[in-house]
Design a protein. Structure first.
Length: 144
């Protein structure tokens, strides 16, 4: 069922989580030097984001087993909540540690830090679409 709207949701989730792996979540500028916090600065945060992207992409191809899709997407939601907690925790900690150095001119948390929240909403919409398809198939089985 690659033409279903939940497929688009899941592909967007995979794309956003992949982008989050390589875009800066927080930046600083101090005395002419600039730096950024990227997910793979801590390998396990990058691995968490990559796993969330991979799981969303794999679920797209399991369209023949809708209930397995729902179960895996529930696990995806747990991964996304964890990803959001850790990304905010490290981004805020990164900016606080940099501010402690004293000579900071600017620190900022970037928009990609909040991608897991958007992905969480998209996964929830995908689950609703999959369950809607399941109800439709079951109702058609009763008619036959």
């Amino acid at each position: 069922m690659l033409q279903r709207v939940q497929t688009l949701y899941l592909l967007i989730v995979a794309g956003l989580m992949t982008a989050l792996c390589f875009t800066p979540m927080a930046t600083y500028a101090a005395d002419g030097t600039e730096g950024a916090f990227v997910a793979f600065d801590f390998w396990w945060i990058g691995a968490l984001f990559a796993l969330a992207a991979l799981l969303a992409f794999v679920v797209v191809w399991l369209y023949k087993n809708r209930m397995l899709q729902v179960r895996l997407l529930c696990a995806e939601m747990v991964l996304l909540v964890g990803a959001q907690i850790f990304s905010l925790w490290y981004a805020i900690g990164f900016t606080n540690n940099v501010k402690a150095l004293g000579e900071i001119t600017m620190t900022s948390i970037k928009t990609p830090t909040f991608f897991p929240v958007v992905c969480l909403i998209l996964v929830w919409l995908a689950i609703r679409g999959i369950l809607k398809d399941e109800r439709l198939v079951r109702s058609l089985d009763r008619i036959r």
